[in-house]
Design a protein around this ligand. Structure first.
Ligand code: PHE
Length: 477
């Protein structure tokens, strides 16, 4: 299939589940809670929600529309629309920056974290979490003393894993392997079907976890922490992080939604789909926050401990609840599935490009692109152990990013989510608002003049660029 039409989603449902499957992932359940914790809770959350609405949704609509109009890989769809508008075909570089810098860069460490999730499936199934409570150092205590002791147990477990690069690499490889395998086989009915059952199951389990957090945790404190407005802590960096998280969580600016749009049948409404995707994605992130923070407070954990947050809090709860081994295992399995339905969408943009460009088959393309992500991911693995003290940009004086040591992991994450995503979002908004023919966008969206289309157009043409330029400048200086 050198340049022929790509496969198409088999139904509206299939597309919605695939797109929601891409959006809902580690970003919602692992990253959102720890980012909220690091950046001051509600100040971050409320800004985040505003960005999803006014920046995320318009860019999501733009990506799906450009993708469907172009019908090709992100790079070639953008090129095609630039040419149709008689503009510089080099605009295709936004597709390239996204697919390669963003998509593969993000996949490299996404897979490392998803690998931890796989390792935690085994731990949960083996009853390791109940063991925290049964440990003699905990069992003899009650109240806060018991909580403090169980916290030490849980922290020891995740730090133990971070201390074993060989084990982390093994799981990282397993996860990339799954991703490559699925992508290589194509956008098939098997995947669509799996996603259709698994996403609702994930949602259900999360609700049960919230129920547990309500009963056993400091729920009211968590609600206040996440939603009570307090903008005193907001800095340029908070705003930059919030916009990065909005793009991250909605799978934007890295080619994913451009690619998924290309497989979208013409009769499916783009604006309605974008609304459903954004609403589901935001709901899952908020619910995850409401499941996790009550436990963080109940057990005296630090809110700002960063990426290890969910790996420390949830096992404490699983260890304490009846049936926690089964439930914990199920939870980490579902989290792994949420991660896989996202990681395939990170690999797809690069693979679809190789297919068109080199006429490489999907297997070769997927192995090649996945292999690159695997190798880059090793930098993140070692950031947690062998190279924990290595600051690659130390020679230019960068040893910290928002209080975190500037390891390879921190720097790659910062580059993708705080530089490539905001800048990519800016370029996409400019492209959709100023470069592509307005009529082409309207026609592809199937919307009448005025109303929704007009609001969308004003948002991408003026609001997104202005806001993003201000955020990028104030966040980076
Ligand atoms: N949205 C995914 C998540 O929240 C991550 C992702 C980003 C997937 C970009 C694809 C593209 O986990």
């Amino acid at each position: 299939m050198a340049s022929g039409p790509h496969e198409q989603w088999s139904s509206r449902m299939a597309f919605i589940f695939a797109a929601v499957g891409s959006a809902v992932g580690l970003g919602n359940i692992w990253r959102f809670p720890y980012m909220a914790g690091e950046y001051g809770g509600s100040a971050f959350v409320l800004i985040y929600i505003a960005f999803v609405l006014f920046i995320g949704v318009p860019v999501l609509m733009a990506e799906l529309t450009i993708g469907r109009r172009g019908g090709m890989s992100p790079i070639n769809s953008v090129k095609k629309l630039a040419k149709a508008a008689k503009k510089n075909p080099r605009w295709s570089w936004i597709g390239g920056l996204g697919s390669f810098g963003g998509g593969l860069g993000l996949l490299s460490y996404y897979s490392v974290i998803a690998g931890l999730v796989l390792a935690y499936i085994i731990k949960a199934a083996m009853g390791v979490f109940a063991g925290f409570w049964a440990d003699p150092s905990v069992a003899a205590l009650t109240g806060d003393a018991a909580n403090a002791a169980v916290r030490v147990q849980s922290a020891g477990e995740i730090n133990g894993l971070f201390g074993e690069p060989g084990v982390m690499i093994f799981w990282h490889l397993v996860f990339i392997g799954f991703t490559v395998f699925i992508v290589a086989r194509g956008i098939n009915a098997g995947l669509e079907k799996a996603v259709t059952y698994l996403m609702p199951a994930l949602f259900l389990i999360l609700l049960v976890l919230v129920g547990y957090a309500m009963a056993a945790g400091e729920f009211a404190q968590a609600v206040r922490y996440l939603f009570e407005p307090d903008f005193s802590k907001v800095t340029g960096e908070t705003v930059l992080a919030a916009v990065g998280q909005a793009f991250f969580s909605l799978s934007l600016t890295v080619g994913t939604m451009l690619a998924y749009g290309a497989y979208l049948p013409k009769n499916i409404s783009i604006h309605k789909s974008a609304g459903i995707i954004a609403a589901s994605d935001t709901a899952v992130a908020l619910i995850a926050g409401l499941a996790i923070f009550p436990l963080v407070f109940a057990y005296g954990l630090e809110v700002d401990q960063g990426p290890s947050l969910i790996f420390e809090t949830l096992p404490i709860a699983f260890g304490a609840m009846p049936g926690g081994a089964i439930f914990g295992t199920l939870f980490f399995i579902l989290l792994a599935i949420a991660a896989i339905t996202s990681s395939i969408s990170l690999l797809e943009p690069a693979v679809s490009y190789f297919e068109e460009k080199q006429g490489m088959n999907r297997w070769k393309s997927a192995i090649f692109a996945g292999g690159a992500a695997f190798v880059i991911g090793l930098l993140s693995v070692f950031s947690y152990n062998e190279w924990a003290d290595l600051m690659p940009l130390g020679f230019v004086g960068i040893t910290e990013v928002n209080g975190n040591p500037a390891t390879f992991y921190t720097l790659i994450d910062f580059t993708v989510s705080s530089i490539i995503m905001p800048v990519g979002g800016l370029l996409l908004a400019i492209f959709a608002g100023w470069v592509v023919l307005r009529e082409d966008m309207r026609d592809e969206m199937g919307l009448p003049e005025g109303g929704i289309f007009k609001i969308w157009h004003v948002l991408v043409k003026y609001v997104c660029p202005v806001v993003l330029i201000i955020i990028i400048i104030s966040g980076l200086t």
